[in-house]
Design a protein around this ligand. Structure first.
Ligand SMILES: Cc1cc2nc3c(=O)[nH]c(=O)nc-3n(C[C@H](O)[C@H](O)[C@H](O)COP(=O)(O)OP(=O)(O)OC[C@H]3O[C@@H](n4cnc5c(N)ncnc54)[C@H](O)[C@@H]3O)c2cc1C
Length: 379
């Protein structure tokens, strides 16, 4: 399928594949089982330019396109889905809204440190009563002269424990959709990290509660227009969903590649199990599903690069890729037999990691809502 890519995109993909297989792969399982954030790997990824692939060089980015960036997320996730989401949340959910909605002053102030990986970014929309229904946000931003004062608490922020810069969504008016986005910095008084989640998978990435008590935000940290934070979040999540689709593709490919290797090595009934048609068909189905999801993801990524509206296509890509990741990880364990259920093989990690792709940045039900609404309209 690489014939669809440009020479630059192929080179980037190859470079990231080499880095990920040599540097990330060997430590991924141990880090994940120990809930350890891969600090050194993120520093090396930053040196390679992976924390700012799709942004202009004038702000410190690598000046490449979104297709390249999503290819990189897949290659990294092939070896470690936690590292994949660390990069994806940083780039798609923190850098992207600043680049897309920020003033020139905000871009100059925040992007160079974020895109170089010197600082890590996070995005905080979810709350205890505002999950799929983000319009139910309770965190409040009150205008006080030329400042904003924020109170409330946020849940489940990926990179929350490491991030220096947060895109935070808070209620700035009475109306259901009166939400605004703010750039919150770690060192602001009144801001603190609450509970760190213990999770089924992607344990090398942090998922944090954020508590805000009278956090004073200067006017110049309002991101985008007042009360346009809901729209900003939805546009941001369109891009984020392609990051998650790419993460899911990485998990699916890992499941397939490990299964092929195992099936050729494992001997039962005096022959490699790869000789059995039951195994061959599982692998054929896994690859066919993977490439369907890959095509949907590349199409939506190419639409994003062309400045087209790609909301529905991003939802379709994320929906399909996440279900394919689950399907492939499940089959991978089946092919590995009992060994697949143990920590001696990576497929148990792929199975645990795959599940989150059906949940975050919009559950599969919410993706179906986005897709069907764009086809049928609101009833
Ligand atoms: C590891 C992890 C990392 C995360 N990272 C971030 C992050 O960085 N930033 C952030 O802001 N959030 C983050 N989240 C939050 C995540 O996006 C939400 O968990 C997700 O959107 C679902 O919200 P919820 O958990 O409240 O589920 P709910 O919205 O309560 O949904 C529960 C169930 O009801 C279904 N449902 C809800 N509404 C409808 C509907 N209208 N129609 C049909 N079914 C419906 C859902 O599909 C689901 O099956 C993260 C979550 C996790 C677990």
């Amino acid at each position: 399928m690489e014939f669809l890519l440009t020479e630059e995109q192929k080179m980037l993909k190859e470079m990231v594949a080499k880095f990920a297989s040599e540097k990330i792969g060997p430590v991924a399982s141990e880090n994940e089982r120990n809930h350890r954030y891969p600090k050194e790997i993120i520093a090396e990824a930053a040196e390679l330019g992976l924390m700012g692939i799709a942004y202009p060089t004038e702000y410190g980015g690598a000046g490449m396109d979104y297709v390249s960036y999503f290819l990189a997320v897949e290659e990294v996730s092939r070896w470690c889905a936690s590292t994949g989401v660390i990069i994806s949340a940083h780039s798609s959910l923190a850098c992207d809204p600043i680049y897309r909605f920020g003033t020139e002053e905000q871009k100059q102030r925040f992007l160079p440190d974020l895109l170089s990986g010197k600082k890590i970014g996070a995005f905080s929309l979810t709350e205890s009563e505002a999950g799929s229904d983000s319009s139910n946000t309770k965190t409040v931003a009150r205008k006080d002269g030329n400042k904003w004062v924020i109170n409330g608490s946020k849940l489940f922020a990926t990179n929350g424990n490491e991030a220096d810069v947060f895109i935070l969504i808070a209620r700035s008016g009475e109306n259901k959709h009166n939400l605004s986005a703010f750039i919150v910095e770690r060192n602001m008084p009144g801001y603190r990290i609450g509970k760190l989640e213990k999770k089924l998978g992607i344990r090398s990435s942090s998922t944090a509660e954020i508590i805000l008590e009278d956090v004073v935000i200067p006017e110049e940290n309002l991101l985008g227009e007042i009360s346009k934070g809901f729209k900003l979040s939805m546009v941001t999540l369109d891009g984020g969903r392609l990051g998650i689709a790419s993460q899911a593709l990485g998990i699916a490919r890992a499941s397939i590649e490990d299964s092929i290797k195992f099936a050729k090595e494992r001997v039962q009934f005096d022959q490699p199990i790869a000789n059995f048609q039951a195994i061959q068909w599982m692998i054929a189905d896994m690859w066919t599903e993977y490439e369907s999801a890959l095509l949907l993801t590349w199409r939506a990524s190419m639409m994003k690069d062309r400045g087209m509206n790609y909301s529905r296509e991003a939802a379709m890509a994320k929906l399909k890729a996440s279900e394919v990741a689950m399907f492939c990880a499940n089959k991978a364990i089946q092919i590995h037999g009992g060994y697949g259920y143990t920590e001696d093989f990576n497929v148990e990690r792929y199975y645990r990691d795959a599940k989150i792709t059906e949940l975050y940045e919009g559950t599969s039900e919410i993706q179906r809502l986005v897709i069907s609404r764009s086809l049928i309209g609101k009833i």
